[in-house]
Ligand binder design. Structure first.
Ligand code: 5RP
Length: 216
């Protein structure tokens, strides 16, 4: 079964606890942290994550779209993160940042913007639990999947297989059940992040099941 992580960015923040409850069947929750610098949008910090963590058993997958992520890793770990993704573009000392995440006993992941080549993570790949391939430019929900990312997912899958590693490929941005999710899974994606496709649906459980049943 394909893993699916509903993206909190698609939720109505005025009733966040109730929104999170509606997607609990997914098992994962993708937390979009934006600082208004690394990306143009601003969302939430460790305080909100700590409150969400009190209300759910879901795996909290925290995507830091922020500059200087090292300054915040411990706070997000304490707040309840299970996996933390940092952007390769925001980390001049990426290996050290990955070690910082691991020292907090949290799964370490790295995210890549669409234009960032896979070469940038080649030498840290064995250290990672997950790689997040952004299939849109980060910052906003509801954007269109960039088709060129399919080849990038395939290439990453090949790198992982060649090195015989156990690293999940997560994709995020414009992921829809019958189209882009299928393309991403066929290319090798293991975890699908979806905001508008899930939180914009009347029957969220049905959409989560559709994602989970996507076949490669
Ligand atoms: O990280 C993100 C944007 O930067 C979101 O997770 C992503 O946009 C999900 O939204 P949608 O599924 O509507 O594209």
């Amino acid at each position: 079964m394909i893993k699916v992580a509903p993206s909190i960015l698609g939720a109505d923040f005025s009733k966040l606890a109730a929104e999170v409850e509606t997607v609990k069947e997914a098992g994962y929750l993708h937390i979009d942290v934006m600082d208004g610098h690394f990306v143009p949008n601003i969302t939430l910090g460790p305080g909100v994550l700590a409150d969400v963590a009190k209300r759910t058993e879901q795996i909290l997958d925290v995507h830091l779209m922020i500059e200087n992520p090292d300054n915040y890793i411990a706070q997000f770990a304490e707040a309840g993160a299970d996996i933390i993704s940092v952007h390769v573009e925001a980390c001049p000392h990426l290996h050290r940042t990955i070690q910082n995440i691991q020292e907090q006993s949290v799964g370490a992941a790295v995210a890549l913007n669409p234009a960032t080549p896979l070469e940038t993570i080649k030498h840290v790949l064995p250290e990672l639990e997950m790689v997040l391939i952004m299939t849109v430019n980060p910052g906003f929900g509801g954007q269109s999947f960039i088709p060129e990312m399919v080849d990038k997912i395939k290439e990453l899958n090949q790198m992982i297989e060649e090195q015989n590693l156990d690293v999940d490929i997560q994709v995020d941005g414009g992921i829809k059940p019958t189209t882009t999710a299928v393309e991403a899974v066929e290319a090798g994606a293991d975890i699908l992040v979806a905001g508008s496709a899930i939180f914009g649906a009347e029957d969220r459980e049905k959409v989560i099941k559709e994602f989970q049943n996507v076949k490669s």
